[in-house]
Ligand binder design. Structure first.
Ligand code: GLY
Length: 371
């Protein structure tokens, strides 16, 4: 299943169930939301609807949102899955359906739409938290039981795993995650979801967005009970394309192939080269998308995040022994690959390439002086 098909399967499934499909919002959050520098989840642009501050265009929405997270930036390249820039598919309910339908949709699309074997699906639920003053999510547990998930595959996990908040304050709630068990060949019989092993792959988070979290850590009820879900496109592509890492999916292959072509090395041959190719692929996707959304490299805030990923990508090009300039070649390939789905990348092609070339030149001078 190509990534395009995964995107369409998800969005169409929810459109057929009365959700309005909305395009991805910008990676730069609205001026009304100073809680984050960049859009970190599908729900971010929808916050005013969850908080009851604005009327949503429909009580049910579905999106494929471009997201950027810096939390794992140092891990990118070292693992099969960590990314900074990614696409998140989601279905959202604003005071409309709640846990029952959300969980049923999750189950039906996983088994019928994506063809997962029900016996391989495990789920996790919120086990409660004293500090938050909340008990276990017995409602979600009961719904999973009704669906037929056996008791041993309903795993209770603490706040660190099964609680979602959109930043330090804002809409929040317990969540329930769906995992695919890839079998003991990827781990041990005693492994469990949440253990962060290769055996259980988390692929879909269902957030039961019920509270607003305040600065003093207290919770108040939101005006309505809502649903926010997140399914990582890259991770689902790795599962459906049966490849060991996101970098071997059709979303990354063209960039990895360009790195192979320019360096004469092969992905997977040696640790350092593989890591470099992964970092270049992730960071150039982020670079093109951030610039297309109006971010420019600088020494502060989101401009600094952009400069940092551009410079990390340039450095990794050196590790591969690429002849500069090369960052623009990768940015062009991102525009080529993603421009069909996100045409504003094509519209801003010249701007993207100009910033990329300026940064590579100035960082090149810094590196030369340093050497
Ligand atoms: N907002 C849900 C998630 O990012 O997992």
């Amino acid at each position: 299943m190509r990534s395009e098909e995964i995107r369409e399967t998800f969005l169409r499934y929810f459109e057929e169930r009365d959700h309005v499909r909305r395009p991805s919002a910008s990676l730069v959050p609205s001026v009304h939301d100073p809680s984050v520098l960049l859009t970190t989840a599908g729900m971010q642009p929808l916050k005013p609807y969850f908080l009851g501050e604005e009327e949503p265009p429909s009580p049910r929405l579905t999106t494929c949102q471009r997201c950027f997270r810096t939390t794992d930036i140092e891990e990118v390249g070292n693992t099969a899955r960590h990314l900074t820039f990614f696409e998140m598919l989601g279905n959202f309910s604003f005071g409309d359906y709640f846990k029952h339908d959300a969980i049923r949709f999750g189950w039906e699309l996983s088994t019928e739409g994506f063809g997962f074997d029900p016996d391989q699906i495990w789920v996790t639920v919120f086990e409660g938290d004293d500090e938050l003053g909340l008990g276990p999510d017995t409602e979600a547990i009961e719904i999973w039981r009704e669906i037929g998930v056996p008791e041993e595959r309903i795993v209770r996990l603490p706040r660190a795993e099964n609680w979602w908040q959109a930043g330090p304050t804002g809409p929040a709630g317990p969540c329930s995650e769906m995992y695919l068990d890839r079998g003991e060949r990827f781990g041990r019989s005693e492994d469990l979801p949440g253990d962060d092993t290769e055996r259980f792959l988390e692929y879909w988070n269902h957030v039961f967005m019920t509270y607003e979290l305040h600065e003093d850590g207290s919770l108040t009820d939101l005006p309505s009970r809502n649903i926010d879900t997140g399914l990582g496109l890259e991770r689902m592509a790795a599962i459906k394309q049966d490849v060991p890492s996101v970098y071997e999916t059709d979303l990354f292959r063209p960039l990895v192939e360009l790195a192979e072509e320019l360096s004469g090395r092969s992905y997977g041959d040696d640790g350092k080269g593989t890591r470099a190719m992964r970092i270049i692929a992730d960071h150039t996707r982020g670079t093109a998308n951030l610039i297309a959304d109006g971010v420019v490299p600088s020494n502060e805030d989101r401009g600094y995040i952009l400069r940092r990923i551009m410079r990390r990508a340039i450095q990794q090009g050196r590790v591969l022994g690429l002849e500069p300039p090369y960052l623009g070649r990768f940015a062009e390939r991102v525009i080529e690959d993603m421009g069909g789905v996100y045409p504003h990348l094509v519209e801003h092609r010249d701007t993207i390439l100009r910033w990329v070339s300026d940064e590579e030149e100035s960082f090149g001078r810094t590196l030369a002086r340093g050497t």
